[in-house]
Design a protein around this ligand. Sequence first.
Ligand SMILES: [Zn+2]
Length: 368
Amino acid sequence: MYFSDICGYKREKKLWTSSCSDFAPVQILSGVPGAPILSLALSLIAWRHCKSQMVDDGCRTCSGCLKTSKYFHPDVFFTIPSGSVKNKSLDSSQLLKYWRKFLEKKNYQEIDSWASHLGNNIKNLQIGIKQIEELIAYSRSYPIEGEFKTFLIWQPELLNPSASNKLLKTLEEPPSGTKFLLVSNDPEKILSTVSSRALHLHFGSLSKDIVIEELKKKHPDKSINDLTYASELAAGQIDLANNILENPQEYSKFANWLRIIYLNDWTRLVEYLEEWGKKPLTEQKRWLSYGSTIMRGTLRSFATGRAEAKLLSRNAQFCYKLSKTLSINQQELIVEYLERSYEKINRNAKPGLTLLDASLHISRVLKN
Ligand SMILES: [Zn+2]
């Protein structure tokens, strides 16, 4: 992954390559959902460990670039959320194998995609104390190929409390020759003693035009209308926009659920919930996050009065038409219930009951 593979963010790329950021051995990278913060961090690592010392990007050909591009560089250490796959905890080398495959598979990675990649029923994704002990041991050794080592911690908000405490001292006083990148979707949860000593860069969403350009590369057969609509619905989240284009049936299923609630068809709702309850946990979470983003997108297109639901089937038309009959307040409440359900399931609430609860609340919102 290189800077030139990622559109936008010129200012931040310039800041990094101008060496100003060398003053900060610990950096926190955060962003709005969909901002490619992990891809940006990987590009920074490639540039830092490139042997050609190009001004603004990795050269793609030196031994440093070849190793970072395969995520095998001996001076780069990854700490990533882990869990149990088929009831077995992954050891570091198994986790790294999954991780490399995941990074090779796609750009613009999100935590939900990582959970799906590890397996559909992965539970309790977290960074544990053993992983931090390995990091600390590695941080005390000398770099192998260059003058420093880079430690990338993805989703530091998922450090469990004992791991977090253990890491604290290392981040407060990083050993010489080490640089830390904390790539976070929820920087508020990072301990203040750590964040007060770090350079914090926050990345906004990509502009609609950039998202459309990116989508065009992957979907050259789609019309500009489809690309524009997917980009608007996904609110700058390339991963989600791709999903909308590639899996239109998911949109239909979400719209179908809303239609059932709208019609007060409780028999079908029960059938729907039974069917939904059989889905793997990661898919249920993705569905909820997808639904709330779609509702936000519909809300936005309704507010601007621009987008037309030309894309993806009659169900999309239903969602769009529904949005026209609802007040902005009603739509915001629907988004709120969906987001709340996502959070509840994240905290191990029963998915079927959570969605039933959301359905009943939303039904009340639709009646008002
Ligand atoms: Zn290079």
